[in-house]
Design a protein around this ligand. Sequence first.
Ligand code: ADP
Ligand code: ASP
Ligand code: MG
Length: 422
Amino acid sequence: MARIVMKFGGTSVADLSRIRHAARHVEREIKAGHQVAVVVSAMAGATNQLVEWCAEASPLHDAREYDAVVSTGEQVTAGLMAIVLQSMGITARSFSGWQVPIKTSDVHGAARITDIDATELNKRLDDGQVCVVTGFQGISPANRITTLGRGGSDTSAVAVAAAISADRCEIYTDVDGVYTTDPRIAPKAQRMVRVSFEEMLEMASLGAKVLQTRSVELAMAKHVRLAVRSSFDDPDAPQMAPDGSDTGVPGTLVCDEDEIMEEQIVSGVTLAKAEAKITLRGVKDHPGVAAAVFGALAAEHIVVDMIVQNVSDDGKVTDITFTLPDKEYDKAVKALENAGDGLEYSRIVGAKGGAKISVVGVGMRSHAGVASSMFKALADKGINIQLITTSEIKTSVLIDEEYAELAVRALHTYYGLDRQDA
Ligand code: ADP
Ligand code: ASP
Ligand code: MG
């Protein structure tokens, strides 16, 4: 007997027929004698609609009320999933975040889970009941509903898995695993049978939205066995890994590096669009300037990404360039214009509409030349690189959004990741 958390994303619960199909995956595990906690997202598109209504009601809406509104999508699907399971003869009960309770910080719209009291869930699971928990939401110290940030149901699922000491956490979605790049962009992308936590963490944070970054972080920290698989599969098909190995799931297992036999130099290519770039020209070259620039942005909760600063020629002035999401661009420019003391520069220039392309692989730790070959592959396609950043296991470049898909496909081919039969 195992304990399993099964999370179903938006497209997997998009309507009643999809919920019924998802419920058959749950039924399979129950029939096999396992204990199951289900975590659900809102129906596909529901959260977007709720977000839009808040913005229409007032562009500067209260974050607490935003959470009160956008958390409701998950409550609908949790209830419907419990009803469907009951109609199949399976004992099931739904739980909202506050009923578990899933305790979080009070950062509305981007709360972090601080604690889950699993007493009630454990009791019911031991009694053979399926607990259906709303993803994406929790409760703040002030007893207000919070949400965890877009895509947050993945994190709810991993947190529940850790709290109930589940044997594994399965993320059911509309693709049958984690691919070498987004299969919607590169049809030749290959499914990975296993991917290391570290690579998955980089891929998620660099744009592969198949898992929310925080969920991977949490799974790594709490040693949760995490798998990505398709809810669209036949629930009664054999539960075999694609290569016949014993991962236990037909999709992708996210696991420790030492469980992976063959390390690739580059394992995946990711894309993040809508990246803006801002350059401060003629910044005074003395201590404290960078702190003043990024302090002014941090005060507005603006998260910046790639940062480049050069040594000045004359020791007097230099340029600082950084990237941030397009939607934060106007706010950032305003924050810099209003920053006042300690921030001396001659002018601000910038543009929206960039794309960040990254290549990721643990093998990069021990192989030189990945960055240079990446630049060459892009140059061969006539793609200009605007900014570059690297870490131990990834190299990222900022390019014009127009060339984003071309760049992803070119790099995917260049690093030998294309499926041979495609
Ligand atoms: P859900 O609603 O189930 O949470 P998401 O839309 O959040 O699903 O994530 C699944 C999507 O992630 C896929 O449809 C796919 O287009 C996208 N994706 C991006 N990069 C990858 C990747 N490397 N592997 C698999 N899917 C990816
Ligand atoms: N429903 C939420 C969203 O669309 C959470 C999730 O699906 O993970 O962001
Ligand atoms: Mg998602």
